[in-house]
Design a protein around this ligand. Structure first.
Ligand SMILES: Cc1cc2nc3c(=O)[nH]c(=O)nc-3n(C[C@H](O)[C@H](O)[C@H](O)COP(=O)(O)OP(=O)(O)OC[C@H]3O[C@@H](n4cnc5c(N)ncnc54)[C@H](O)[C@@H]3O)c2cc1C
Length: 341
C-alpha cells in the first residue's frame, strides 16, 4: 500500500456530472476552493441526448455557460407527440428570447466543463469512510484522506453521500426507462424528437446522429410488461397499437439497458455540513425534460447558499436552499400529476 495522501479543502464535491462540475465552476468564481471526487459507474457511459428547453438558456447565459453548452449541442426547434391518440406539435418559435432548445452531447459538456474548472479532480473506486471532517477514499493502492468543511452529494440518483448518512428517500413512482440504440429507419422525425403513449406507459424516439436514433420505453417496475420490455425482440408486439413508434423499429436484435427514471426527493436535502444537488437533491421523471435544467438551477442556488455560509456566516442559508428545492419539486410534481391524469 502506498503512503496515504492528506488533502484539505473548503468544499468537497462528490460526483462529476453536470451538477457537480457547474457547482465547482461557480464556487471557483467566488474564490471558494474545492476538490471534486468521482467514481465512474456503468450509467456514466449511457448517451441520452438530453434536451434542454428554451427557458433554460437564459439561466445558462447568466452564468456564462451558454456558449459552452451550445458548442456541445445541436439546436432543436420543438417536438411532436401523440398522447392517447391525440396528436400535438409543439414548436419553440414562440419562445422568448430563445426560439430554440438544445439537444446535448452530455459527454462533451462534461469534458469541456472539466477543462474549465481548475480544482483538483480525484477518481476513486472505493469509498472507505466519511466523518464530520474527513472523507477517505481509495484508488487501487492509493488512499486519500480529505479534510473539508462541507461535503456535497452530486452523485445523481446513486445518492452516495445521502445513503451513507442513511437519509430516507421519498419515491413517488417506480418508473424505469428501457433504452435502445437503433439504426435510423426511413421514417423521418420533423423535430428529431417524438413521444407517444403505449399500453404500459410512454416512449420516445430521438435522433442521436446521422445514423443512429435512441428509443426509450418508460414503464413502471410493477407493470405486467416490465420483464418483456428488457428484450428488444418483444418491442414490435408491445408497440403494435402505436401509430409512430412502431415505424421506427428496424429488424434485428439490439441491446436494451434499464435506467431508473422515477420522481424522488430525499427527506432532507441538506444537513449541518452537507448538501445535495442535481438528481441527488430531486430527481424528475424524464418526461419533464428538466433534469439538466434542475442540475444547473440547483448548482446555482447551492453556490449562493455555500457562499452565504462561508463568507457571511449565515446559518440559515442551507435551510433556505432546502425550502427552495422543496418548492420547485412540489410545483414540478403537481404539473406532472395533471399531465399524467
Ligand atoms: C432515460 C433518461 C432520459 C433523460 N432525458 C433528459 C432530457 O431530455 N433532458 C434533461 O434535461 N434531462 C434528462 N434526463 C435527466 C438527466 O440526465 C439528469 O437529470 C442529469 O444528468 C443529472 O445530472 P447530475 O449531475 O445531477 O447527475 P449525473 O449526471 O447522474 O452525474 C452523477 C455523477 O456522479 C458520479 N457518481 C455516481 N456514483 C458515484 C459514486 N458512488 N461515487 C462518486 N461518484 C459517483 C457519476 O460518475 C457521475 O459523474 C434523462 C434521464 C434519463 C434516465
Amino acid at each position: 500500500m502506498n503512503p496515504e495522501t492528506h488533502l484539505k479543502t473548503k468544499v468537497l464535491i462528490v460526483g462529476k456530472g453536470v451538477s457537480g462540475l457547474i457547482l465547482c465552476y461557480l464556487l471557483e468564481k467566488k474564490g471558494i476552493e474545492c476538490i471534486l471526487l468521482n467514481k465512474e459507474v456503468n450509467t456514466s457511459a449511457t448517451i441520452l441526448a438530453e434536451t434542454i428547453p428554451p427557458s433554460t438558456l437564459s439561466l445558462l447565459k447568466n452564468i456564462d455557460l451558454l456558449t459552452l453548452f451550445e458548442e456541445c449541442a445541436s439546436k432543436t426547434y420543438g417536438y411532436q407527440s401523440i398522447w392517447n391518440n391525440i396528436f400535438h406539435s409543439e414548436d419553440f418559435f414562440k419562445h422568448n428570447p430563445f426560439k430554440y432548445g438544445l439537444k446535448l452531447n452530455k459527454r462533451k459538456v462534461i469534458s469541456e466543463l472539466e477543462k474549465k474548472v481548475k480544482s483538483r479532480i480525484i477518481n476513486y473506486n472505493l469509498l472507505k469512510n466519511i466523518t464530520s471532517t474527513t472523507t477517505s477514499v481509495q484508488l487501487n493502492n492509493t488512499k486519500y484522506n480529505i479534510d473539508s468543511e462541507l461535503i456535497i452529494d452530486a452523485t445523481g440518483r446513486n445518492r452516495v453521500i445521502l445513503n451513507f448518512f442513511k437519509v430516507p428517500i421519498i419515491s413517488y413512482d417506480n418508473n424505469i426507462a428501457f433504452i435502445c440504440y437503433l439504426p435510423k429507419t426511413k421514417e423521418s422525425l420533423k423535430y428529431g424528437f417524438f413521444t407517444e403513449t403505449y399500453e404500459s406507459g410512454w416512449g420516445t424516439v430521438s435522433d442521436l446522429n446521422e445514423t443512429t436514433r435512441i428509443m426509450t420505453l418508460y414503464s413502471s417496475k410493477n407493470d405486467a410488461l416490465h420483464k418483456k420490455l428488457k428484450t428488444f425482440s418483444n418491442w414490435c408486439e408491445i408497440l403494435t397499437n402505436t401509430k409512430i413508434l412502431k415505424k421506427h423499429l428496424p429488424t434485428g436484435n439490439f441491446k436494451v439497458t434499464g435506467r431508473l427514471a422515477n420522481s424522488s426527493i430525499p427527506q432532507n436535502i441538506v444537513g449541518d455540513n452537507w448538501l445535495s444537488i442535481g438528481d441527488a437533491a430531486m430527481a424528475f421523471d424524464p418526461i419533464s425534460s428538466h433534469g439538466i435544467s434542475n442540475a444547473i438551477f440547483c448548482s446555482l442556488k447551492a453556490s449562493e447558499s455555500i457562499n452565504d455560509l462561508i463568507t457571511k456566516n449565515d446559518g440559515t442559508s442551507f435551510n433556505k436552499y432546502q425550502e427552495t428545492i422543496n418548492a420547485v419539486f412540489n410545483e414540478y410534481y403537481n404539473v406532472k400529476e395533471k399531465l399524467y391524469a
